[in-house]
Design a protein around this ligand. Structure first.
Ligand code: AMP
Length: 370
């Protein structure tokens, strides 16, 4: 008998998990309204909110690929009994302020931040602070959406009208001139915690463009692991996966945000690690053995985003880069949309960076971003 896993959401995180599980006699169902998603190209077991009970009945275990889940779904007790890594991280992640407040309450280091009840107050506080800031919408603000970077008073004046008229709550963060950004993904099954190899992440306009495995000091690695392990315990996560994104500045590491799921910064593990973040998720929620997956080789990933058509010509160019592996999510191209990614592997980090640059130039020939 196969094992049955239900995933809330049918995008690429679900799709890549399905591909990984298919070779392990795991059957999947997804809960999604979208037919323009990776999972709907891979499986027929697609359920919607109207067929929630059937989705729950199908699944031995349920997990999720995003946190902005309709609260109605989370009222289903049978679903909650099967849900990993649980509902608490979802509640925190649905609201940036709750997430930041939680981190502060439990003494996790973050950049200084300020809470505001509406846009008018956000404007007033930002004017008084006279600092470089990022003003963030508190919900649905992912991939750089709903974020306003304020370097000068002119930047603030440009969005004054918008802020003053907005009844939404905003989070104001001090702008952090970090040395670099990293992320660490951990899997947990009761008392056992294991970590994926850490990556350095390069964002452009608030969106991940590429990342790579790097030569991190033991000190940074140990600090990041200690934080992730404490966060898993503080969130009371018993089975599942947790990704934490950090800013590193000198010896300090600040949590930027966490995600209780597989993550874009972990896609490289499909090719350069003993087992991938998707397999880690399955192992963790299905009580399968966990061990620390080591790097088999250095590696990295470049996101394919925006109005890119994957024709045979583009495919050929990507495939000419030795060690490059293409993942296409079969979604319709749209400005800013993540459509796929290219993993690369290489003998050493310098070589990995060179390959990333080559792939980046192939994908974005007219943009000076790589
Ligand atoms: P977020 O959606 O909050 O994860 O932000 C996306 C990206 O924006 C981060 O990965 C950083 O590159 C940048 N960013 C976010 N917050 C800050 C901050 N307080 N200071 C500097 N850069 C930031």
């Amino acid at each position: 008998m196969s094992i049955k896993v239900g995933i809330i959401g049918g995008g690429q995180l679900a799709g890549l998990t399905i591909l990984e599980g298919a070779s392990k006699n795991i059957d999947f169902a997804v809960l999604t309204d979208s037919r323009d998603s990776m999972a709907s190209h891979l499986i027929n077991n697609i359920y919607t909110e109207d067929s929630l009970d059937e989705f729950v009945a199908f699944s031995d275990v349920i997990t999720y690929e995003f946190e902005h889940i309709n609260p109605k779904i989370l009222e289903n007790n049978k679903l909650l009994d099967k849900l990993y890594p649980g509902v608490k991280p979802i509640e925190l992640k649905q609201n940036r302020l709750k997430e930041k407040r939680f981190l502060k309450e439990y003494n996790f280091m973050t950049v200084p931040f300020y809470e505001t009840k509406d846009g008018k107050e956000a404007y007033e506080i930002a004017s008084e602070l006279k600092k470089e800031l990022i003003i963030k919408s508190i919900s649905n603000g992912y991939d750089g959406k709903g974020q306003y970077v304020i370097h000068t008073s002119d930047d603030l004046e440009k969005i004054k009208e918008f802020l003053i008229n907005s009844k939404d709550e905003f989070l104001i963060e001090e702008f952090c001139y970090f040395d670099f950004e990293i992320s660490l993904i951990a899997g947990i099954n009761n008392d056992i915690i294991v970590y994926m190899p850490m990556t350095k992440n390069i964002h452009k306009n608030g969106v991940l463009l590429y990342n790579f495995t790097d030569d991190f000091s033991m000190e940074i690695q140990e600090k990041a692991k200690a934080i992730v392990s404490r966060l898993l315990k503080t969130l009371n996560i018993k089975k599942g996966i947790l990704t934490v994104e950090f800013f590193v500045k000198a010896k300090d590491i600040y949590i930027n945000e966490f995600a209780p799921r597989v993550h874009n910064t972990g896609h490289h593990t499909l090719d350069d690690t003993e087992y991938s973040q998707f397999e880690l998720l399955l192992r963790a929620i299905l009580d399968l053995p966990l061990y620390h997956p080591s790097l088999k080789t250095q590696g990295g990933m470049v996101n394919i985003m925006g109005n890119i058509q994957l024709d045979k010509d583009l495919m050929k160019h990507i495939m000419l880069v030795e060690g490059a592996k293409l993942y296409w999510y079969r979604k319709s191209p749209r400005e800013g949309r993540k459509l796929g990614h290219v993993n690369i592997t290489a003998k050493n980090i310098d070589f990995a960076k060179t390959k990333i640059k080559s792939v980046c130039k192939i994908l974005y020939p007219h943009q000076n971003i790589c």
